[in-house]
Design a protein. Structure first.
Length: 197
C-alpha cells in the first residue's frame, strides 16, 4: 500500500482522521499532531515531522499533501497587513516544496488551496485579527502560479469550501462538523486515491 503524509494547519487536522479511516484499504495515512500554522513554521518543522513519522527513513512517503495560508493571511488588526507578505509567502512556498522534495525524494506532492472563512474570520479564542476572503483568493492565486511553475498538483479545497452550506463551519474559520469534514475529506480522498492504484 502507498504511504501518504498529510501536513498543514487546523483545516488538515479537521479532516485527517476521516481521510485515514476512509483510505485504510488503499493507503497508510500519516500526519503530525502539530498544527502547521504559517509557512515559516511549517518550513522550520518539516524535517522533524517527517523524520519522526518516517521513523527516520524506515517509511518512505509516496504522496505528500500539504496546505498553508490561513495563518499567513491573518491581519492582526483590520488596518494591518497580512502576517506573511505576498513575496515572502511565495518564497516560503517554494522552499517548502524544495524541502519536501529533499526529505521525501520521488514523492508526489499536492498543495491544497486555502479554504473560505466567514468574514471577518476572527481567530478563535482571541479578540484581535481578521481574515478576508479577498486575501485568501490573492494568496491562492500566488500558490497556483508557484505550483504550476514547480509542477506540483493543486487540490482545490477553496472551491469546495466556497460551495458548501455555512452550517458546515464549526466557527468563522474551521469545518469541524460532519458536513465540513466529509466535504473536505472526500475531496482530499478523490485527489489522493488516483495515486494509490
Amino acid at each position: 500500500m502507498k504511504n501518504i503524509l498529510l501536513l498543514g494547519d487546523s483545516i488538515r487536522q479537521n479532516y485527517q482522521e476521516y481521510v485515514k479511516q476512509n483510505m485504510a484499504n488503499m493507503a497508510n495515512v500519516y500526519y503530525p499532531n502539530d498544527n502547521g500554522r504559517f509557512c515559516q513554521y511549517t518550513l522550520r518543522y518539516l524535517h522533524e515531522w517527517i523524520g519522526a513519522l518516517s521513523k527516520h527513513g524506515e517509511i518512505a512517503f509516496d504522496i505528500v499533501h500539504f496546505n498553508c495560508g490561513l495563518w499567513d493571511i491573518l491581519r492582526l488588526s483590520n488596518e494591518d497587513e497580512p502576517f506573511t507578505g505576498e513575496e515572502q509567502f511565495a518564497e516560503l512556498l517554494r522552499r517548502i516544496v524544495r524541502r519536501i522534495e529533499y526529505l521525501c525524494p520521488g514523492s508526489h506532492i499536492v498543495y491544497a488551496l486555502t479554504t473560505k472563512v466567514i468574514e471577518p474570520g476572527f481567530e478563535p479564542g482571541i479578540t484581535v485579527g481578521e481574515r478576508r476572503n479577498s486575501d485568501i483568493e490573492t494568496y491562492n492565486g500566488i500558490a497556483k502560479k508557484i505550483c504550476n511553475d514547480m509542477k506540483i498538483e493543486i487540490n482545490d479545497l477553496w472551491s469546495i469550501s466556497n460551495n458548501i452550506a455555512e452550517k458546515a463551519h464549526s466557527d468563522m474559520v474551521h469545518f469541524d462538523t460532519e458536513i465540513g469534514i466529509s466535504a473536505l475529506g472526500n475531496q482530499v480522498i478523490r485527489c489522493l486515491e488516483q495515486w494509490c492504484k
